[in-house]
Write a protein that binds this ligand. Structure first.
Ligand code: EPU
Length: 306
């Protein structure tokens, strides 16, 4: 038998790698086919190693957190998923000149981290309470809500470049905006540093609860969704446009446009990625036909057969 990539990944990562992994189990949409492999790095060295082995074997790789903004096609992903949310999720903070510097590993759970630091009297990210997902995912797509976004609070990012080099990027040198952060192709966010302010923990709680309540009022609470499907077009709301196109409740297979917020698709339990993709096309095309607005997906669609 010839020595192959699978053998080398198994020897290098031992229990930290799994093969032929269903993306259903690693995305909040609960849909999609299998990835060739999934590595659960415990540190930067592991992440570097995955990227080096993928280069060596000429395989694609993709970092993920909680998979809360991803749809993988039913044909699966031909490559290695780097799952950062399991064992690369630490965060720490220190006081500096009356403010706080918080450094979070890419797999840190965003809402959980915000709550922990809030209880310690560190605030500023209350708006993001309730955003599912990890720090790496949040900075990669500049996640936001209620007029604020994560990159407003970030001071620098540590990035693993495609070449294998780890660099620290100052926010001032980066382009970012509504739901995007420009990163080099193939780059992996390793960690983010934020500068935050002192807050009274009681005030923090009140404000966090207010944001969570508002989110619950407007957005579906079913488990199998991936947040907003489309970005808001300039000056309007994708949800409003899809709603006005009469699409709430429309379904394809097990995928349905949420009755609560039209920019959300809910997987009622047995939707295939194909069902979800078909519904996304229907939403896009009907809004386009009625308004001339071409909505741009916010979720990341990955996998074969696109
Ligand atoms: N609207 C409708 N019908 C709907 C949904 C919304 O008419 O089904 C109307 C609302 O009445 C309101 C307007 O559209 O007048 C805007 O709705 P909403 O306040 O719910 O905000 P949004 O623009 O739909 C954005 C973000 C959310 C974020 C909320 C809260 C995007 C694509 N969406 O939603 O972010 O939580 O604001 O600030 O930017 C996400 O990015 O995944 C996400 C959930």
């Amino acid at each position: 038998m010839t020595y192959d990539w699978q053998q080398e990944f198994a020897e290098t990562f031992g229990e930290k790698v799994k093969f032929n992994v269903s993306m259903k189990d690693y995305t909040t949409f609960y849909a999609g086919g299998n990835a060739w492999g999934m590595v659960f790095p415990a540190g930067v060295e592991d992440i570097k190693e995955v990227s080096a082995l993928c280069r060596k074997w000429k395989m694609d790789f993709l970092p993920i957190g909680h998979g809360s903004n991803i749809l993988c096609t039913d044909s699966g992903y031909n490559g290695i998923i780097i799952n950062l949310a399991k064992d690369y999720r630490g965060f720490r903070w220190e006081e500096r000149e009356g403010r706080y510097v918080v450094r979070a590993e890419a797999g840190a759970a965003l809402t959980q981290m915000i709550r922990v630091i809030g209880a310690e009297g560190i605030g500023g990210l209350e708006f993001a309470c309730g955003i599912p997902g990890t720090m790496g995912g949040a900075v990669s797509g500049n996640a936001g809500a209620f007029g604020d976004s994560i990159m407003e609070h970030v001071s620098s990012l540590e990035i693993l470049k495609k070449t294998g080099e780890v660099v620290c990027l100052d926010k001032g040198s980066m382009n970012y905006g509504y739901r995007y952060t420009e990163l080099e192709k193939g780059a992996v966010v390793i960690s983010a540093e934020m500068i935050l302010d002192a807050v009274n923990p009681e005030e923090f709680n009140k404000s966090a609860e207010r944001f969570i309540k508002e989110r619950r009022m407007k957005q579906p609470s079913e488990p199998y969704t991936a947040g907003s499907i489309f970005k808001n077009p300039e000056g309007d709301s994708a949800g409003r446009l899809i709603d006005a196109a009469g699409l709430k409740g429309v379904s394809v297979g097990g995928a349905v446009v949420s009755m609560k917020h039209a920019n959300f698709i809910v997987n009622c339990g047995n939707a295939s990625a194909r069902d979800i993709l078909e519904l996304i096309n229907i939403m896009h095309d009907k809004v386009f036909a009625e308004t001339g607005v071409s909505l741009e997906p916010e979720i990341k669609i990955i996998g074969k057969g696109l």
